[in-house]
Design a protein around this ligand. Structure first.
Ligand code: URA
Length: 444
């Protein structure tokens, strides 16, 4: 068997055998196949696709390319994964709620790359919180308090790491078999027996349409089934950022507020939808609506917030910041963003007919428009521009910067309304960001 024959087979739209896929993954991980050969094969897969069987074989080969975490002593462990978003603080809220209901949460999360954020960067906003602990300590923590959230300390799915970097550099990211196998290989290696997926679609997601997101979800569910890991997927929109804030510290504060019962509606819908499915997979009740009620109960009685505090203390973090979020370091410049009313020729006001009263007319005259678009991808890039995300893996991030939204899609904007705030640590960047954000807001 050699790599040239394997590339030629895929180039000619033939199906690869399990042995051929295993050979490619093993030899590429061991640096016996060159990047240019791996790139050619990945491009052939991107163009010609893979059968379900090939995708499962690729997933298992990648999962087995490094360490496999053994969580069997913890019983049923349900993992959660999102295919990516902007302003996505769901794990920070969901994990303590689920743990407070007695279901163990042993989760390895990622860092942000490109315009999407990562849970581990967010957790590092909490002074002292250790994201890198040993496998033994990780399991010990889950046994002790029912929850641990850490970064990827082990050598999980190294083949995926190499292939992912190649895909990034060769424009082969948006391929359903490649995304599905990449995500599922890491989930399998991270030891979960059951998996709940948040598959996003829209401007801030890999999948731009709901139909493509559904296709990706079906593929991952099937991989889970064939790999013996029951998998459920929830399809969620990512047209605009999730919740009210984008930025590491800002999102942690929003998550703490959510655990105190003040949760933005879009965040709440996703948290409850994912959580009710996690409880179902963990054998805690088949009725999703009842599961949602149990989750809300533990928010309202304070148990979910208590569990979050326990998590922070147990991982070395300063719980004082959770008790009083004013302690978090703020950005030096917090500038309001106000949209201007356009001239007659360039009006953002849609024609309004049948005005019933003088009061109504006065209100409509004050109105600049209704928010029609607030593209998540553009907002993610703006956050990176402020220093809140990374372009390269080694980039250092600024925890305090970001954007707070007062107005999102569907909201009416009147003259003088502050639609958002820019949080920055550089005055010039803050001013540029205000102008950029004004352009990102599209009104009707
Ligand atoms: N997330 C992953 O881990 N892999 C992909 O290919 C896409 C999103």
């Amino acid at each position: 068997m050699n790599i040239q024959e394997i590339i030629a087979k895929k180039r000619d739209k033939q199906e690869l055998t399990k042995e051929e896929i295993n050979f490619f993954i093993k030899e590429y991980t061991n640096n016996n196949i060159a990047d240019y050969q791996a790139s050619a094969l990945i491009m052939a897969i991107y163009l010609n696709g893979m059968s379900k069987e090939e995708t499962v074989n690729l997933t298992l080969a990648m999962a087995n390319s490094g360490d496999i975490l053994d969580l069997s002593e913890l019983g049923i462990v349900v993992d959660k994964h999102s295919t990516g978003g902007v302003g996505d603080k769901v794990t920070l809220i969901l994990a303590p709620i689920i743990a407070s209901l007695g279901v163990p949460v042993a989760k390895m999360s990622g860092r942000g790359l490109g315009y999407t954020g990562g849970t581990i960067d967010k957790l590092e906003s909490i002074p002292g919180y250790k994201v890198n602990i040993s496998e033994e300590e990780f399991i010990k923590n889950v046994k002790k308090i029912g929850i641990s959230l850490i970064g990827q300390t082990m050598n999980l799915a190294p083949a995926d790491k190499k292939i992912y970097a190649l895909r990034d550099a060769t424009s082969t990211t948006e391929s359903i078999p490649l995304i599905a196998s990449s995500i599922m290989s890491k989930k399998i290696a991270a030891g979960a027996n059951k998996i709940v997926l948040d598959v996003t679609y829209g401007s801030g997601a890999f999948m731009k349409t709901k139909e493509r997101a559904k296709e990706l979800a079906d593929e991952m569910i099937e991989i889970g089934r064939l790999a013996g890991r029951e998998t459920v997927a929830v399809i969620t929109p990512m047209e605009e950022p999730l919740g009210k804030n984008v930025g590491n510290t800002l999102e942690v504060i929003e998550a703490i507020e959510a655990l105190k019962g003040k949760m933005a509606e879009d965040v709440k819908n996703i948290v409850l939808e994912l959580g009710s499915n996690m409880l179902k997979l963990a054998g805690r009740g088949n009725n999703l609506e009842e599961n949602k009620c149990k989750m809300m109960e533990n928010i309202l009685n304070g148990k979910a917030l208590e569990k979050f505090k326990e998590l922070v203390v147990n991982q070395g973090g300063d719980v004082g910041y959770i008790e009083d979020t004013n302690k978090f370091e703020k950005a030096k410049y917090i500038l309001p963003v106000v949209l201007e009313k356009k001239t007659e020729q360039d009006s953002r006001i849609t024609e309004v007919k049948n005005i019933d009263s003088a009061e109504e007319e006065a209100n409509i005259n004050k109105r600049i428009g209704i928010v029609k678009e607030l593209k998540a991808e553009e907002i993610g890039k703006l956050s990176v521009f402020l220093g809140g995300g990374r372009i390269k893996k080694e980039d250092k991030i600024d925890q305090a910067v970001g954007i707070t939204f007062n107005k999102k899609i569907g909201d009416v904007v009147e003259e003088g309304d502050i639609v958002a705030y820019i949080h920055a640590n550089n005055e010039e960047k803050a001013r540029v960001a205000v102008e950029k954000l004004k352009k990102i807001y599209v009104l009707n």
